[in-house]
Design a protein around this ligand. Structure first.
Ligand code: KG4
Ligand code: ZN
Length: 327
């Protein structure tokens, strides 16, 4: 079956076509550049960009897949969580398509879709149970997953999300937005203990606001000494990333051990990070670690179509009155 996925929960307008679980196309336009000067996503700007781009992205995804709209058999769309105005654009677009084509609609949870990303093109790997890690700009969640409709949240962040912390640390050091990719590039493993920072932790919950403040204080101290140079900036970001990655890796491994689960599945923008990817695999062995290919770590419609198709095969279908939910 040809499956159409639609994703507009944040700053990416994306449409994808899958043939069952195989990705035929995944077309995305990001409004990221328009948010740069604000240092974070501005909801109104994102919503307007979705309205402007959603048609283009749909056409591009159909063209790349080599099919026409009429061949689509199922429409899957992110219905939660996300920026409400942004979600509504994608959801209404999906509803209009479902009605006019007379095809079923499946509303998908964006966070669960991130966890589905590692299974795109590889449905044979879908086996439960596993510990799911979602690390993105808005979330740092650890789930115990018995199936995609049977998840329990076992841990989260008590304050800032991990990706948000990368963005804030980069901003306070004047490194631009988004922070994750810049810090990923500047990171030097040899400098990961240059400064001592610490993430908060209680059970399986993490806290990132303290480490962000500690980076700020260290930066101010270096500034006063006239030593906020390139070398010390590398030390600051490396120590920050070393601390954050260690905290995430530890909490995920502890959850896997507690729940006696042999598999860890990871998704979300921060899992594009080279050091996080390497450390998860290194430290989890002999547990199996599945991380989405880098192209599917960021927000994309392919993961939405994949999870929607999976749920549809389990009997799920959404009503045409499906509502967008921000939280
Ligand atoms: O999943 P995503 O595209 O959007 C949300 O659902 O939030 O994640 C975006 C986040 C941003 O905070 C960005 O800084 C972070 O992912 N990110 C990274 C990397 N690439 C993107 N963080 C660390 N290392 C990266 N290479
Ligand atoms: Zn996301």
């Amino acid at each position: 079956m040809y499956v159409l996925g639609i994703e507009t929960s944040c700053d990416e307008t994306s449409c994808a076509v899958l043939k069952d679980f195989k990705v035929l196309s995944n077309a995305t336009i990001s409004s990221l550049k328009q948010h740069k000067k604000y240092g974070g996503v501005v909801p109104e700007v994102a919503t307007r960009a979705h309205l402007k781009n959603i048609d283009k992205v749909l056409s591009a995804s159909l063209k790349e897949a080599g099919i026409t709209l009429k061949q689509i058999g199922l429409i899957c769309v992110t219905s939660k969580p996300g920026l409400i105005g942004a979600l509504v654009v994608g959801l209404n677009f999906a509803k209009a398509l479902a009605l006019s084509l007379n095809k079923p609609l499946v509303g998908v949870d964006h966070l669960r879709a991130h966890l589905f990303a590692p299974f795109l093109n590889h449905p044979e790997k879908i086996k439960f149970p596993f510990i799911g890690l979602v690390v993105s700009g808005g979330h740092t969640d650890i789930y115990r997953v018995k199936d995609f409709d049977r998840l329990t949240l076992v841990g989260s962040t008590q304050d800032d999300a991990c990706g948000e912390t990368y963005d804030k640390v980069a901003r306070l050091l004047g490194l631009g937005y988004p922070g994750g990719p810049v810090i990923d590039k500047l990171f030097n493993e040899k400098e990961k203990s240059a400064f001592t920072f610490k993430c908060g932790r209680r059970d399986f919950d993490l806290s990132f606001s303290g480490v962000k403040t500690a980076v700020l204080y260290k930066k101010q101290e270096l500034e006063k000494q006239g030593e906020l140079n390139r070398e010390n900036t590398v030390k600051l970001v490396s120590s920050f990333q070393g601390t954050a990655v260690e905290a995430i890796t530890n909490v995920v491994l502890d959850a896997a051990h507690k729940y006696k689960v042999k598999k860890i599945v990871c998704g979300g923008g921060v899992t594009a990070n080279r050091y996080l990817r390497a450390q998860l695999v290194r430290k989890a062995a002999p547990l199996e670690v599945l991380i989405a290919p880098v192209e599917y770590t960021m927000d994309n419609a392919a993961m939405v179509a994949g999870l929607g198709f999976y749920l549809y095969n389990k009997g799920f279908k959404s009503s045409i009155n499906l509502e967008a939910q921000a939280g």
